[in-house]
Design a protein around this ligand. Sequence first.
Ligand code: ZN
Length: 100
Amino acid sequence: MVDVPSDIRALSDERVLAVTWGDRKADFPFVFLRGQCACAQCVNEWTGEQILDPATIPAEIAIARMELVGSYAVRIYWSDGHNSGLFTWERLHELSKGGC
Ligand SMILES: [Zn+2]
C-alpha cells in the first residue's frame, strides 16, 4: 500500500508532474506519463497490449487539470482531451522506480 502523496502538482514550465511522498520526490515528464496511461482506450484490457502509439503523443501535451479519486488515485485531464486514465499512487510509485 502506497501512501497518499503529500504533494502533487503539474509544473507547466518544466512539463513534469511533481509527486512528493514525504522526503521522496519524483518528476514525471508529461509525455512519458501520457504514454503510461493504462485505461481501456490506451491498453487492451485482455492482452495488456498497448493500443496507444506513444509516437502520436504531441510533445506539447500538458495537463489541463487533475482530480483526486478517493484517496488512492488521481485522474488527469490531458490537453489532448483524454481523461479516462487513472493513475494510482501505487502506479506512480512503480513508475518512479523505473528511473525517470
Ligand atoms: Zn488512456
